[in-house]
Design a protein around this ligand. Structure first.
Ligand code: ACO
Length: 345
């Protein structure tokens, strides 16, 4: 019989810039208040890079920490999957830039462009490839450098207060299954990635976007774009909020249902960190108590592709995520895109 493989999470690590920017710091840049930001989003502070670090550097630092943590030799990495919406360059993606900086000769590298849903999409990709047994040690990275491209004036306050810089890296290992060994399921205690559900709706593309530079703009970038500040992120916040709650609930419920479990079987819900009120609404409607939900948006804001692995990394080091736990991750982001993973830790 052909050798079968399952994919397991071999470790998670994160890197955050040292520079803390509090809500009070933002009050000095724009008309906003600590009270508004905390009440509407849950965010108290975020990290904004104050060095020369680019997105790929943040990602590289997260991977270096991961390698140290899991004691993996870099030569054993055979694929790099990088999620970001804030790449160093228009092209190529940060995957190949990180491949060079990490000194991983000729290792395959790709970028996943699903914004805040990068983790579910990256894990689905890694899981599929690990199950073939061709790739044994796949590193997934979520890295974002938002701060340089936020409009830090009152005009951009609805978006600028939300986002933070940071990165997190996850090792996905292909583990051979013994002759009578079961795959991980929601019913057994075998560790590994159980299932993933992904979705998208391009009707939302213009609702949360950076319009320019881009080839849809005459001249790629032009004076009009610069004058209107269209190179800053644009978001219709209330619409995004409603879609986020709806899709995160829908997607979680479908994933639980097709694995024959209910929300009460979940040990830890790790939602994307866009707004604490979104996560409270999702957890509330799923009837998952607060002690089974991991949030850290209060400290880091929305680090987009990095939020879920950053939560997993912190949850594990705080003892809130233990071997054998059944974890549900769920995200919603620009595109619109969404996705959820069911993992036995
Ligand atoms: N400080 C003070 N006042 C503000 C700020 C601010 N930073 N931002 C907006 N306001 C004002 C508005 O101008 C408005 O004033 P008005 O009533 O005089 O017109 C008022 O506050 C209310 O504005 P709303 O936009 O209705 O506020 P809301 O409660 O919806 O909160 C927010 C806005 C936080 C952006 C929310 O809509 C949200 O979190 N949306 C979803 C974000 C999200 O999920 N993004 C997806 C992931 S991101 C990704 O994929 C890249």
């Amino acid at each position: 019989m052909t050798q079968q493989f399952k994919s397991v999470i071999g470790g998670v690590a994160h890197h955050l810039p040292d520079n803390v920017v509090t809500n009070s710091d933002l009050e000095k840049m724009m008309e906003t208040s600590d009270a508004w930001i905390q009440e509407r989003t849950g965010i108290r502070e975020r990290r904004w890079v104050d060095t020369e670090d680019k997105t790929s550097d943040l990602g590289v630092k997260a991977v270096e920490k991961l390698l140290q943590k899991v004691e993996l030799n870099r030569n054993e990495i055979d694929l790099l999957i990088a999620g970001t919406l804030s790449p160093d360059l228009y092209f190529p993606g940060i995957g190949s830039i990180m491949q060079k900086k990490l000194n991983l000769p000729n290792v395959g590298a790709m970028d996943i462009r699903t914004q805040c849903s990068a983790f579910p999409y990256s894990l689905a990709t890694a899981d599929g490839l690990a199950r073939t047994g061709v790739y044994r040690n796949i590193v997934i990275v979520g890295a974002e450098l938002h701060s340089p491209v936020l409009d830090k004036t009152t005009r951009g306050r609805d978006v600028a207060v939300l986002f933070g810089d940071g990165a997190a890296a996850t090792l996905v290992k292909a583990v051979p299954l013994g002759d009578n060994e079961s795959r991980p399921t929601a019913q057994n205690t075998v560790s590994g990635v159980i299932d993933t559900l992904l979705g998208s709706d391009g009707n939302g593309a213009g609702i949360l976007t950076i319009k320019s530079p881009g080839l849809a703009t005459p001249g790629f970038v032009n004076h009009d774009v610069v004058e209107k500040g269209e190179y800053f992120p644009y978001m219709e916040g209330r619409t995004v909020f409603k879609h986020a709650v709806t899709r995160m609930l829908e997607c979680s419920s479908s994933l639980l249902k097709r694995n024959n479990i209910t929300a009460q079987d979940i040990d830890l819900l790790v939602p994307h960190q866009a707004n604490l009120r979104i996560n409270d609404a999702v957890a509330d409607r799923m009837k998952i108590p607060a002690d089974k939900v991991f949030n850290n948006i209060q400290k880091y804001g929305n680090t987009t592709a990095a939020t879920i692995p950053l939560c997993l990394s912190e949850a594990e080091s705080e003892g809130k995520l233990k071997k054998g736990d059944l974890v549900l991750t769920v995200a919603f982001g620009a595109g619109f895109t969404w996705g959820a993973n069911l993992i036995r830790w």
